[in-house]
Ligand binder design. Structure first.
Ligand code: ZN
Length: 157
């Protein structure tokens, strides 16, 4: 079979294999992963000064208050930074390239940074500041992993 080529070859980002994901929640991160299992992004927020804590922790980095609450996020975000991985660190990862590792700024919590794979995008179209939206991949046992894709449908590969 002859493969059809377009004028510009596609270089679509692939997510890390779900089997590579290993979660080890602790007291502070467990609520985040429970919400994720229900396809809801959340961040920990200080009840005293309102500062967002991410990753979650026992003390507010701003005012040292211990009490916190969980704030739902819409899943809309902006690309803050990224890197494209083109070299497989292990032979079994060759089929998961190229992989885009992104640092993402949630719309409602601009001081928080989430790290995730970008998917459904050509690596040549990834631009800092691009609008993103969350997508979920179920990992079994009530767990789910978040990825981000372009919010603009026309930017999706
Ligand atoms: Zn605080």
């Amino acid at each position: 079979m002859v493969e059809m080529h377009t004028a510009r070859s596609r270089d679509v980002a692939v997510a890390a294999p779900i089997g590579m994901v290993s979660l080890a929640p602790n007291t502070w991160t467990e609520p985040f992963w429970i919400a994720a299992g229900q396809h809801q992004l959340v961040v920990q927020r200080c009840v005293s000064c309102g500062a967002v804590r991410h990753p979650p922790g026992p003390f507010c980095p701003t005012c040292r208050t211990q009490e916190s609450e969980w704030m739902d996020l819409s899943g809309r975000a902006t690309l803050y930074s990224f890197t494209v991985i083109r070299h497989a660190l292990a032979p079994h990862l060759r089929e998961y390239l190229p992989m885009v590792i992104a640092v993402v700024e949630p719309e409602e919590a601009p001081n928080a940074r989430l790290v995730a794979n970008l998917v459904e995008v050509d690596t040549q179209d990834v631009v800092i500041g691009m609008p993103l939206e969350v997508v979920w991949e179920d990992a079994g046992d009530g767990l789910a992993v978040y990825r981000f894709r372009p919010a603009d449908e026309t930017a999706r590969a």
